[in-house]
Design a protein around this ligand. Sequence first.
Ligand SMILES: [Fe+2]
Ligand SMILES: [Fe+2]
Length: 193
Amino acid sequence: MSNTNATFKSMAEGTAEDWGIIANHFPQFLSGLPDRLATHLKLLKGDFGGFPVDRLEHCLQTATRAHRDGRDEEYVMCALLHDIGDTLGTTNHADVAAVILQPFISEENFWIMKHHGIFQGYYFFHYLELDRNGRDAYKDHPHYQACVDFCHNYDQNSFDGDYDSEPLEFFMPMMRRVFAAPKQSLYKEMAAS
Ligand SMILES: [Fe+2]
Ligand SMILES: [Fe+2]
């Protein structure tokens, strides 16, 4: 009977058979990523942090607006997950969403995710003794306007308790498509095997 798990105690003593076993598990683990993301996104439910809607509703609303505006599935996934980092990346949430999405999205969408925090600050940093014009440092960047548009059209206006946002289930089929296979990743070949 073949082992279902590798048997090494240190990677230095690992064998081709061990790594064959591990590699065989990887595609199945990758296929579970959308469900793990959904589970983590749900942690934002009921978390208002003083905002008019909870953080899950804000994410759903941002994604719904992007979808209804005709954005493609990759962009809608960015909108849905842009604040998923609030729980663990409380002081750098934009970076968390950016790195989770990075293997599956374009360079432009990654840039939007990574910088949406400082761009969103245009709408409120002046109330917190911060510089609302911090985004100006990126004025000459080719993705500057795309990030302005994300924040203006979908993010800053998604705190409306009366908006009819789609439920998380609505977005799951497109999440499974967007996260089906990485476009760029150290483990891209493993994921495809
Ligand atoms: Fe954010
Ligand atoms: Fe947001």
